[in-house]
Design a protein around this ligand. Sequence first.
Ligand code: HPA
Length: 269
Amino acid sequence: MLEKIIKTAEFLNSKGIIDPEAGIVLGTGLGGLTTEIDIQVEIPYKDIPEFPLSTVQGHAGKLIYGDFGGRKVVAMKGRFHYYEGYGSEQVTFPIRVMKELGIRALFLSNAAGGVNPEFRIGDIMIIEDHICLVDNPLIGPNDDRIGPRFPDMSVPYDRKLIEKAKNIAAGLGIPVTRGVYLSTTGPTFETPAEYRFFRIIGADAVGMSTVPEVITARHINIPVFAVSIITDLGVEGKIEYTTHESVQAAAEHSEEKMTRIMKELIAEM
Ligand code: HPA
């Protein structure tokens, strides 16, 4: 795998993607952040060797490089999910490539269902911890040149970045919540009993992404910051018919606020 990672990173270098300081992954309805990037290079995933193709509507499937918050960043507009049929190696491959390109921190976003009864649609939740209910992406032979066989997970999300983000949000007058994100494979949204179960086992929000990327990043010792936009509620009495389109629309509504926080955070990282 290391050979594939290096080959892809060298290809991206040859296209002008050089020494990005931060990696960004944009979730459903959250691609608007890229309008704030002073774009220097933009490459559709289909043109990148070894990259899978994003098949989800609302995920444009482009790698973008440019200046954001005064830093060079590489951003994924659209990510890969297990429910598309990809294996964990494919879902997390871009994270490994970003590390090879030189990123020093990873910033992730997603749309999620809120199971904390205090949450409201549109809330921005800083992820402080997670519960992984998908296959662990590190299952399989371990390459010790990439990372350890048994990675520590006691601090999955970088505490300094979380503190900074909270201060930035307060300074901007943007309310944020904090919580535990639980990942399922999807593609179904949850039944009422599943939402209830996820709340009981300690989740605040549930979604179909992010955790495999976080595990991969921690395996290679990259600090991670992640946020969920709450797009629907898995709370008794508040559960409504949910579609990809309703999730997209709700995420787009909070996208600008998330972008402002991310921009300052990356400037200060
Ligand atoms: N469940 C799972 N994934 C999601 C949800 C949800 O309620 N909302 C947005 N992504």
